[in-house]
Design a binder for this molecule. Structure first.
Ligand SMILES: [Zn+2]
Length: 114
């Protein structure tokens, strides 16, 4: 672990530079190359972190997709309900039937008058 590394010269806390592969003492300023195991450990930790971040991102994406699908279905459902309320098919049919009946009655009246 990076916390376990101490300065070889004074035993002080160090700052690790992964890019350069060295650690520098915060007190005496001396630099030493990082041990290979330490670099591997850091690399491993970084990979685990990245995997974790990717998992979180994927989960977030899945959530967004689910929300989008639910929203689309809700809009479709609401649209269907509204169209049925605004233009109810049965009422329309009733109206045409009534109109036909009226026309029929009028026609009958005309026939009776003849
Ligand atoms: Zn030191």
């Amino acid at each position: 672990m990076s916390e376990d590394i101490k300065c070889k010269h004074c035993g002080g806390d160090v700052t690790i530079d992964v890019q350069k592969g060295i650690y520098t003492c915060n007190y005496c300023g001396s630099s030493s190359p990082l041990p290979v195991e330490e670099l591997q450990q850091i690399e491993l930790e970084r990979n685990i972190k990245q995997e974790h971040i990717q998992n979180i991102k994927q989960k977030r994406l899945n959530k967004v997709q689910i929300i989008c699908i639910v929203a689309i279905f809700s809009i479709i459902a609401i649209a269907l309900i509204f169209t049925k309320l605004i233009i109810p098919g049965y009422k329309y049919n009733k109206a045409t039937h009534l109109m036909k009946d009226q026309q029929y009655m009028q026609a009958q009246e005309i026939f009776q008058r003849l």
